[in-house]
Design a protein around this ligand. Sequence first.
Ligand code: ASP
Length: 456
Amino acid sequence: MDIKVCKFGGSSVKDPSQIKKVFNIVKDDKKRRVVVVSAPGRDETYDEKITDHLLNLATNGNHFFEQKVHINPKQSYDVIINKFKKLCDDLKIEKTSILKDLKADLDNKNLSGVKKEAFFLSRGEHYNAKIINEYFKISGLNSKLKLPEDFKFILNENFCDGRIERESYKNIESSFSFKEDEIYIVPGFYGVTKNNEIAVMSRGGSDLTGGEIAYALDADLYENWTDTNGVYEVDPRIINDANVIPRLTFKEIRLLSSKGFNVFHFNAMLNCKKSKIPINIRNTNNPLDKGTMILNERVPMEDLVGIAKLDNMASIHIQKNMLGDEIGFTAELLRIFEEYHVNTYHYPTDKDDIAILVDQEDLKGNINNLRRQIEKRLKTNRITVTYNLSIITLVGIGLKENAFALVDAITALKDNNITFEMFDMSPSKISFHIGVSQNIADAALKTLHKKLIKGK
Ligand code: ASP
């Protein structure tokens, strides 16, 4: 379909001046016909998102208490009410019925447990979409509110981590009829179960709403508007002259985002990839910038597009003579990790040893028993655990044709006296991983960026 689905994240809809930017962006392109919005994000007056305040209220203060944040439910209540009141006032929208409904929702005593959490969590998107829709209307756009409970965005009964049910796609298709110049405002993140109860997807779920709607409508483009210019070739907080990657493939972004690149909800890409709908990451605060385009295919002009870094990793190095010849050794080893719910990342292996790389957080409270089980069940000779490692991952579909980039990487590290603990190339040959001690990881990243990306 000849339309663009746009999703605006919390920072893009956090206050009136941001909402006005959103209005201008939508008005600027007639193909922008579906606008998915998040709840207001953090602003200058409070450090927590509205969604977190809502959860704090639903859990009677437990949510912030667990994070050692000192905000009680009453304070959260006031922040939420004041936020929406101020939005209405500043955008000159009639607030009486919005505030009356919001207060009734927040005073809801009929729900408990996860159903209550899901309902409260959804209210940020729900009321923000109502306000944005009113603002768009009074500002001259033919906008219509499309609520998930009305068009039946059906989720399963995992109330706080709901997954979309197939019938939702048909419901979206039949409800989004695009009469004349209609623009649809949709609150992201939540849906309803088959019994019409509110459920939410996982946190950051507005990305998912946008992705699912783009897929259902077979949109030309899914625009994901946020507060950065796109996906950077390296973390710009570490390397301040890092550039945005103009075009990258779904496969590349997946490799980068699983290695510390926090771009957007990974699952939001799955259906877009299936239907070859490109995703464009754009900056609401800099709409002239073209951002990053994520595509199924691109011409590999450069070997390498991005370098990610994942900190706080540990390597569990297991030695046993001839373990490589023991059928089932690795399977049993991985089973032990599974039993302790420890996610495994890479496992370089050889005849007499294997190393398993894991997030060291996952080892907390587990490492003793894990080591005992491995020794007992696999009769190993020696186990050495190294903590505080960083995994640096170099990604690019062009590496397939030019694996010599690896030589440049190693030479650059050698020239700068940076030693590494591990080296591993992925079977697809489009990414490779270098394990370094965490205290020199930033230096390693800068060196590799300078040589392999900047230097080209
Ligand atoms: N407001 C929700 C959250 O903070 C969903 C979203 O913003 O995408 O997780």
